[in-house]
Design a protein around this ligand. Structure first.
Ligand code: CTP
Ligand code: MG
Length: 237
């Protein structure tokens, strides 16, 4: 009798969730990921959206070292494989810690815990774009406000052409090998993962984001999120 070699199953889509920030601007007395929205922590809403997309097999959540138990309790019945790791001093370090905890994957999504109301349709579109062959994809929205460039004293230097600008959201999707390479390369500080990929000279594609994928940063944003989530409960969004 011949035995077949052990098959190593590579997950197609994994999601990394940086959730180790302190939420200084929200000033809720706890890390932002654990602040309550409609009775559940933001991290629960975020992972719930990833699971509801139906395309994510493994979720790795990076939290600060004191919140492992808290995260485990919040995500106990998440409905998919969830790993919890300790994040780092800045967002990129938290993403890197999560990336180190996952096996190779065809597609890696990086999704801010703070964008916990991102519609399932955006998550699916990003994952599908990478599965279809894009190497790096970010959801974007047009800029609605007029944008001015100012000097260090706040004097206007000029008006930027907003037609060429986009607001960038998450999840950002990458071919797994590319994201690993991007996080290994030395780079100036960036605020998103696409920035690391851009530094490698790789083209980043865009697709339409959604207003509900906004980042909860301030108490005002949390108040808006309560309204948006309330509409969802009422079946409006
Ligand atoms: N993040 C992280 N690790 C850090 C800093 C941020 O995982 N060291 C995560 C946050 O938890 C959040 C996302 O990155 O989900 C976006 O960061 P931001 O909105 O700035 O969140 P905070 O850093 O928590 O907020 P603040 O800057 O107001 O303290
Ligand atoms: Mg921050």
């Amino acid at each position: 009798m011949t035995t077949s070699p052990t098959r190593v199953l590579v997950p197609r889509v994994v999601a990394l969730v940086p959730a180790a920030g302190q939420g200084v601007r929200l000033a809720a007395g706890m890390p932002k990921a654990f602040v309550s929205l409609r009775g559940r922590p933001l991290i629960w809403h975020c992972v719930q959206g990833l699971v509801a997309s139906g395309c994510v097999e493994v979720v790795v959540v990076a939290v600060d070292e004191h919140h492992h138990d808290h995260a485990r309790a919040a995500l106990a019945e998440a409905g998919c494989r969830v790993r919890i790791v300790t994040g780092g001093a800045h967002r990129a370090a938290s993403v890197r810690a999560a990336l180190c905890a996952v096996p190779d994957a065809e597609v890696v999504l990086v999704h801010d815990a703070a964008r916990c109301l991102t519609p399932v349709s955006v998550i699916q579109a990003v994952a599908q774009a990478v599965l279809a062959g894009q190497r790096a994809v970010v959801p974007v929205l047009p800029v609605a406000d007029t944008i001015k460039q100012v000097d260090s004293d706040g004097r206007v230097l000029g008006t930027v052409d907003r037609a060429a600008l986009r607001v960038v959201q998450t999840p950002q999707g990458f071919a797994g090998d590319l994201l690993r390479r991007a996080h290994q390369a030395p780079c100036a500080p960036v605020t998103d993962d696409a920035g690391l990929v851009e530094a490698l000279g790789v083209t980043v594609a865009t697709l339409p984001g959604h207003p509900h994928a906004f980042k909860i940063t301030t108490p005002f944003d949390l108040a808006v999120a309560e309204v948006v989530a309330g509409g969802r409960v009422a079946g409006q969004a």
